[in-house]
Design a protein around this ligand. Structure first.
Ligand code: ATP
Ligand code: MG
Length: 368
């Protein structure tokens, strides 16, 4: 997977950018607030169909411009492709194109350009609540497994229904008649999600521990544990067994669910724990440790994707080097030998040797 060139018109602080990139490391250099992260945001938008810093598409359009046009030439699966998105303010829907052909929605563009992004907000995967960790797992698995993505959507739909039942059953007691049916289907789809997550998590935790160990010069040992519905003793057990365990949990919590009006049982409450040298990173990790572990997670995500599909996602590293000591910086820079990498930096320092340098100031390429 490789981005050969990108053209931006009216995107964030880019009035007009035409940039070409090399297959290896692309260092994006510039002072604060010049457009480095904006460039990575444009790339992830073409990769995932959404911006990682905002849900409001309007914010992506250059102030005063009546559209934003993003286009990338991509080499993937040995073919040259062009991916393009045009965004408009207000309610007018965006337009998406693949090789100049208009697409109905982003589904047909999925997988055309895969990326793994590390940005400072990703530290919250380890520091914030369980939802961030679930989102990380869901996002990685949806890119990798269409079956997971479908099961997740169905699970979510069923969960919304059940939530309504639990909220309204006092006024509409007849709702209780259909609750067992929803519970059964939630257990079936829940077991599918747990199987995918547990399998993925096994690889993820092994690789993350390896990366982190090397990263820290053998000083730190990461251990990770996947937590799902408490009655599921072995999340890797055959699906029917997991399904039974979820049903059991539902039964035991039926009363509590009716009383609280909330869905208390199922993998929508899953979480995972990360410890460093036996101590929870969330509670005790230093800034450098948390950053090291978060980057290790992302490098592992990339490696799993490559092993699974034979294609290496483009690695996007935003402001990755701050808070890392020299040893950790060197390790990371040594990890960038394969595939295409974009790495943003304020100062060139020792990094210019890594690959091609693109200077950005005020949303424009600077010569030299
Ligand atoms: P840092 O090193 O501080 O992270 P950066 O180079 O990554 O800086 P960006 O986050 O890319 O900086 O943002 C650069 C600038 O883009 C900001 O000053 C911001 O005001 C501007 N900007 C963001 N959205 C828009 C927009 N829609 N129109 C015009 N300018 C915008
Ligand atoms: Mg930035």
């Amino acid at each position: 997977m490789e981005i050969e060139a990108i053209r931006l018109r009216g995107f964030r602080n880019y009035r007009a950018l035409d940039a070409a990139f090399v297959p290896g490391v692309n260092l994006i250099l510039g002072d604060n607030a010049q457009g480095k992260t904006n460039l990575l945001e444009a790339i992830t938008y073409l990769s995932t169909g959404r911006a990682f810093r905002t849900r409001k598409e309007q914010e992506l359009i250059l102030f005063g411009s009546d559209f934003a046009d993003l286009e990338a030439d991509v080499l993937s699966k040995n073919r040259d492709k062009t991916i393009r998105a045009v965004l408009f303010p207000g309610r007018k829907p965006r337009q998406l194109y693949l090789n100049g052909v208009k697409q109905k929605n982003f589904t047909t563009l999925e997988g055309e350009l895969t990326t793994v992004l590390f940005c400072p907000e990703d530290l919250s995967i380890l520091k914030a609540g369980a939802e961030k960790r679930r989102r990380f797992l869901d996002f990685a698995l949806c890119q990798l497994r269409p079956g997971y993505s479908r099961a997740l959507q169905e699970y979510q739909r069923l969960l919304d229904h059940k939530s309504r039942i639990l909220k309204d059953w006092r006024e509409r007691p007849e709702y209780l008649d259909i609750l067992p049916d929803f519970n059964l289907r939630l257990a079936q789809f829940g077991a599918v999600l747990i199987a995918y997550r547990a399998n993925y998590f096994e690889k993820l935790s092994r690789l993350t521990a390896e990366y982190h160990r090397e990263f820290s010069g053998d000083r730190e040992e990461i251990t990770m544990a996947y937590h799902t519905v408490s009655t599921v003793e072995n999340p890797l057990a055959p699906r029917s067994q997991v399904e039974q365990a979820i049903l059991q949990h539902q039964e035991a919590h039926l009363r509590a669910e009716l009383e609280s009006g909330q869905c208390l049982t199922g993998p929508h409450r899953d979480d995972f724990e990360v410890c460093c040298n036996g101590l929870s990173l969330k509670s005790f990790g230093s800034q450098g440790q948390v950053r090291t572990a978060a980057i290790s997670l992302k490098l592992s995500e990339r490696e799993i994707f490559r092993d699974d599909t034979g294609e290496e996602p483009v690695l996007l590293l935003d402001d990755v080097l701050s808070e890392l000591d020299d040893g950790r910086q060197d390790f990371l820079l040594n990890q960038l030998k394969s595939g295409q990498v974009f790495i943003t930096c304020c100062e060139a320092r020792k990094f210019t040797k890594l690959g091609s340098v693109t200077h950005i100031a005020g949303g424009q390429l600077q010569p030299g």
